[in-house]
Design a binder for this molecule. Structure first.
Ligand SMILES: [Zn+2]
Ligand SMILES: [Zn+2]
Length: 274
């Protein structure tokens, strides 16, 4: 199983980092988790395309995690050679967001259908499956478990555990530590968590920025969750603020004070194999 951090940024615009998105590739299957800014560019950078995805999983409906879902839908559609369904899993209200996205794309869809009358005779085929904590399902050989996370007032938010061939990864999404996330992570091979550095965020005297401290895991908290759950590899992403060149070891050292396993972080397209 290969895990690729497609986008390691956050809502803060950064020319070097796309928005939150992670690609899981295993047994010939490709699963995209979240679809932030520049996700289709980064999929191309990882050597793949939306039309090659087996499913999209959305952790929650914050805009930074799905702002480029429209690009995934459109690019999947225009590159398909026959009607091909894009399946999107997400928490309640995901269907509302996807239908609104399709509504926004209606002019574009009509233009392309009119222009390619011989070769593109179908609209985007999108199937939305809304999930709830405790759900289990499979995507090909990949077993998926869903658990609740704590990112209030954003509700509901979920994390996913993907298992294939005795290897597992938890995609924690945004949020602070909680018992349901601990349970989902227990014994996992890897755990991907979005994080912030509270020591750096507190340096910015801006109330709206300081508000984010109460609903995101710090680097320390992510490391503590990984340690409690007996995870082998901790993968950090969604860096707030952005890791500056040369700061990687400093971030890694903070996590290493609380977690004895391997710690992975880096630029967009950082890939680790399980
Ligand atoms: Zn986020
Ligand atoms: Zn969020």
């Amino acid at each position: 199983m290969d895990i690729t951090l497609l986008g390691t940024g956050s809502p803060l615009p950064d020319p070097r980092r796309g928005g939150p998105a992670t690609l899981v590739r295993t047994s010939g299957h490709q699963i995209l988790v979240d679809a932030g800014r520049a996700v289709v560019m980064r999929l191309a950078g990882a050597g793949t395309l939306p039309v090659m995805l087996n499913a999209v999983l959305i952790t929650h409906l914050h805009s930074d995690h799905l702002t480029d879902l429209n690009d995934v839908i459109t690019t999947h559609w225009v590159m398909s050679q026959q009607p091909t369904t894009l399946t999107i899993y997400g928490p309640p209200r995901t269907n509302e967001v996807v239908q609104a996205t399709l509504a926004a794309l209606a002019p574009d869809i009509s233009y392309r259908l009119a222009h390619h009358q011989d070769t593109l005779t179908w609209k985007p085929q999108v199937e939305v499956i809304e999930v709830a904590p405790g759900d289990q399902f499979s995507i090909g050989p990949v077993q998926v478990k869903v658990a609740e996370t704590h990112h209030r007032p954003v509700e509901p938010t979920v994390a996913y555990r993907l298992e294939d061939d005795s290897v597992s990864v938890v995609l924690g999404g945004d949020g602070i530590p909680c018992a349901t996330l601990d349970d989902l992570c227990r014994g996992a091979t890897a755990y991907v968590q979005t994080v912030l550095r509270d020591d750096l965020v507190k340096l910015i005297p801006n109330k709206r920025f300081l508000d984010i401290l109460d609903y995101h895991s710090t680097v320390e908290q992510a490391a503590q969750t990984a340690q409690r759950a007996g995870v082998s590899k901790l993968i950090l992403t969604h860096y707030v603020p952005s890791i500056q060149p040369g700061q990687e070891d400093e971030w890694r050292a903070i996590a290493a004070r609380h977690f004895s396993g391997e710690i992975v972080l880096g630029d967009d397209l950082t890939t680790t194999s399980l």
